[in-house]
Design a protein around this ligand. Sequence first.
Ligand code: SF4
Ligand code: F3S
Length: 403
Amino acid sequence: MRGDEFSFRDELAARGISRREFMSYCAGVAALLGLPASAAGEVAAAMETKLKPAVVWLEFQDCAGNTESFLRASKPSAAEVILDLLSVDYHETIMAAAGHQAEQALASSLEAHKGQYVVVVEGSIPTGADGAYCTIGGRSALQIAKEACKDAAAVIAVGTCAAFGGLPAASPNPTTALSVSDAVPGIKTLINLPACPVNAENLTAVLAYFLTYGRWPATDHYSRPLFAYGKTIHDNCERRAHFDGGQYVEHFGDEGHRLGFCLYKVGCKGPVTSQNCPNIRWNEGTNWPIGCGHPCIGCAEPNFWDRMTPFYEHLTGVPGFGAAADIDRIGLYATAAVGTAFTAHALVQLGRKAYDKRKAKVSVATATAAPAKTTSPARAKPAEADKPEADKPAPAAEKGREP
Ligand code: SF4
Ligand code: F3S
């Protein structure tokens, strides 16, 4: 739905979303975008009054995980309503039309909204065998992408496959799969939202920013919005105090794992992965990989299937690893990593407090459950043999990522 005939408030009411919930959602979007609290009103006004852009959603070589993420609300949310109201004129996975009708919908939308529409691309674009690995309506993904991106106001590549090639482009890349930016060079406004899959909150926030200010948010050298990819997972991780305090999970299921220690030694790629997962989480803020005890596998980074595997082996050369073993070094790491506001001592104390709290919880739980056999000490210090090879560059350094 789009245009003057549409009442946004009515639509929210019909979906059971109160004004208060909507305003609280707008405040959340403003915070996510790094805007002052006062911007919530501007975001709300833009949502209510501005003409929503037409969107064509192209799905190429992927698993449809981004579409799943887009649809995955357990109950209608304000974000969902906003996405629904974007007038997704073409989305072959969810649209009712099929065959020639669907192709006609795409052609009509591109013609009717020339220069104004937004293209969302999901999946990589296979270029081998003249594009024969992915064809829709007799045309290759490459042909369709070129045609749709040519007159778009902006192209948003959602998910790591579209942004960086993802799994289809992993070695040996049998279909010669490319990212959108490589397959269709010269796109005027391209926004990459990598992750496997994209977090719908980030997609909504990008669109909300555009609706509010009539321009797209600032991006980094990978065309990723800074508000969502300006910091590493490690920067904001809830287990960071344990990393700085030298408290690591040694094996899945050990006591450190149950106590919520840092997952670095079991393969966490959070130190070299940029995304706001710790802040916005997934499934409407329910949880996120590290929150439920699994290391970050670096799913939002370029070439992560090649660079981040084996997933359960730890990175090397990450500053601060095992720092608690040497109290003189921790101040240096802490200063570089989290700023001067925290002293080394404060970090260690923070880690200890979190540890004590979790230990108390685990003690209560284990007192009422059957005794479990554990092999790791509660506060294992990193063994010499496990320390990183400082001279071996971490994946980020290999690719020239900014620290
Ligand atoms: Fe969090 Fe991973 Fe960093 Fe540990 S290594 S603090 S689990 S991001
Ligand atoms: Fe992906 Fe790591 Fe976030 S695996 S979902 S970037 S925590």
